[in-house]
Write a protein of this length. Structure first.
Length: 609
């Protein structure tokens, strides 16, 4: 997923660059000014993310990466569009160009609001003040979305399938790409690169916005085009190889009833959006049969090989891999109910692959009715089918709207069954799925009452390193709900966590163990269990030599244990807590300073008695 590898520091630089883009008078002056202001509201959020450290687990990573990628893509698109829109004049292009820029503003607004709505607060140390700024930005984005109009998946895909005229939008398109081409100007003259971009009409702002987090691949395409211009400025893609809808090199060309050839995914979207005519000829389609054009596909493949051009990705072993091919997804969902074990196994494997790739795929798979069928397959006796089914549910759950559908399908009971008795890989993914579902507060109650917590504690004690991390992350999230803390204590979570603090083989789990203990420490039963497990010496040791985040959590746990308990205060004083607490109060994180200062004050009062 592109955007995942963009650091917070780089994103802060991007926000600063956006803030410096001049807002000139023009058609989109107010829209650009509003967008810039909303982007600047995110500065403090990214700064706090830069300074914080989330729990490290496969599931947490999925949740984190998904929203982060949306944020990065949205901000990158915002910079490109602001750079072009502020220079745009209505007389420069057709009314279609105005509509396209408006639509792209709508897409960016949708992308940023979606990213902020999926922000996993529990994974970061976000202050209340910054949280309020994020909510302010979200509310402004939501109001803007209402003004622009709703952007459902069909409309978004329809925007993708809208025919792009080759010249109508070229000026705006080229301006939006100047920053990318300037980075290559040392090896290719800028004028030549600009000329090459004019020829390569397959790259457009609309494509950037609609491809889910795929900007890395597009950067490579721009670089590749400019590099190839050095070899031959006459090399252009044959017109017959370009899809008339997307103006991209086709990877799965198909013939419609009028005899015209299109990229399968784009013409399928065109039809799915209710269009009854051929996009190019405007003739009515007598039928909607899409016939593969094997001859053209072979010619495209040969041409790519001859010119040393990377062949278009997305078609492997005769199967369409395009995220938007709803017909393929529906066919796969239908096969999930096949009587053939092998056919079910192959179909769920395909859906697993598709569900991993993008948010749009997760939306389309859910819309195709896959979730109830996948939930039924969680109890399959075929090991491969069960493993792939639980992974599919995990991938689909990353998209918030799908969480409700998964819960409505009664998935929790089956997920817990997989967690108890599945293969280790299936158990790991079941734990990650429970974490993902538990991000919704109401689901914490349901999952906690389903018997999941004892099974998670068992995985925490006996799982693989990855399984332990998945279990820890799920338990952390579930224990945020007060009613689940007692369940976790009764399931034996405290001895398992304390063991991780002292077990050299589990040294990488100290972060997770301390984080969960800090959440549990507000529960009376948990306090008693922590003290009974003789945890105080281990906590003092971490306070003395641990990393900043671990010292902070150790201080938080000690503060919870020692409040209104003079005996424990005296004990930690004898164990040497004062010196490291004083150091933490001066040099720790903001939260660590607060906890250390409060604990030192309690120690001072205890000594005066």
């Amino acid at each position: 997923m592109a955007g995942v590898n963009v650091s917070p520091a780089s994103l802060l630089e991007l926000i600063a660059e956006i803030a410096e883009i001049p807002i000139n008078a023009g058609v989109f002056k107010k829209d650009c000014a509003d967008l810039t202001r909303r982007v600047c509201l995110l500065t403090h959020l990214v700064e706090e993310i830069r300074d914080s450290k989330p729990i490290d687990s496969a599931a947490a990573s999925s949740s984190e990466n998904d929203w982060w990628s949306d944020l990065v893509v949205g901000l990158q698109a915002a910079k490109r569009l602001l750079s072009s829109a502020t220079r745009f004049q209505a007389r420069d292009s057709s009314d279609g160009a105005v509509k396209r820029i408006s639509f792209q503003l709508q897409c960016i607004t949708w992308k940023l609001e979606k990213a902020l709505s999926n922000l996993p607060y529990d994974l970061y140390d976000i202050s209340d003040e910054v949280g309020e700024q994020v909510e302010l930005a979200r509310s402004q984005l939501r109001r803007a979305m209402q003004r622009y109009g709703s952007l459902n998946s069909n409309k978004f895909l329809n925007g993708l399938s809208e025919p792009m005229e080759r010249d109508a939008f070229s000026n705006v398109k080229i301006k939006a790409e100047e920053e990318k081409l300037e980075g290559i100007s040392e090896t290719v003259p800028f004028g030549e690169a600009k000329k090459q971009l004019r020829k390569s009409s397959s790259i457009s702002l609309a494509f950037y916005l609609s491809k889910d987090a795929d900007t890395d691949r597009l950067d490579k395409m721009v670089t590749k085009n400019t590099d190839e211009s050095k070899k031959s400025d006459k090399l252009t893609i044959p017109v017959d190889f370009l899809c008339p809808v997307s103006l991209e090199l086709m990877k799965d060309p198909v013939i419609v009833a009028t005899g015209q050839t299109y990229e399968r995914a784009y013409i399928q979207r065109w039809i799915d959006c209710g269009n009854l005519t051929c996009p190019k000829t405007q003739q009515k389609l007598e039928n909607f049969t899409l016939t593969p054009n094997y001859v053209l596909r072979s010619l495209i493949s040969r041409w790519c090989t001859e010119h040393n051009i990377e062949q278009p990705a997305g078609y492997i072993n005769g199967r369409s891999r395009n995220r938007g091919d709803m017909s393929v997804i529906k066919a796969l969902v239908h096969k999930l109910s096949s009587r053939s074990v092998e056919e079910r196994r192959n179909a769920v494997s395909e859906i697993r692959s598709l569900s991993k790739r993008s948010t749009d795929n997760r939306i389309l798979i859910a819309e195709a009715g896959a979730i109830p069928v996948l939930v039924n397959l969680l109890t399959s006796e075929d090991v491969a089918t069960q493993e792939n089914a639980i992974t599919c549910v995990l991938n689909l759950s990353i998209y918030d709207n799908n969480k409700e559908l998964i819960m409505f399908a009664g998935a929790v009971t089956s997920i817990v069954q997989v967690l108890r008795a599945g293969t280790m890989e299936a158990r790991e993914n079941a734990a990650a799925t429970l974490f993902s579902l538990s991000l919704a507060d109401e689901n914490k109650i349901i999952i906690g009452g389903s018997g999941a917590i004892p099974a998670l504690v068992d995985l925490l004690e006996n799982g693989t390193p990855r399984g332990k991390k998945d279990a820890a992350t799920a338990l952390f999230n579930l224990c945020i709900y007060q009613g689940n803390k007692g369940r976790a204590v009764r399931a034996g979570i405290v001895p398992a966590l304390v063991k991780m603090l002292s077990d050299s083989s589990s040294h990488r789990m100290v972060d997770e163990a301390l984080t969960i203990l800090s959440v549990l420490a507000s529960n009376l039963d948990a306090k008693a269990a922590i003290v009974k497990a003789n945890t105080l010496p281990a906590l003092i040791g971490i306070l003395q030599t641990g990393q900043a985040r671990n010292r902070e959590n150790a201080a938080a746990i000690l503060l919870s244990l020692c409040k209104r308990d003079t005996e424990k205060l005296v004990s930690i004083g004898r164990l040497g807590a004062v010196v490291p607490l004083m150091d933490l109060s001066n040099n720790g994180t903001e939260r660590g300073k607060r906890k250390a200062t409060s604990l030192l004050e309690l120690l001072r009062k205890a000594c005066q008695k």
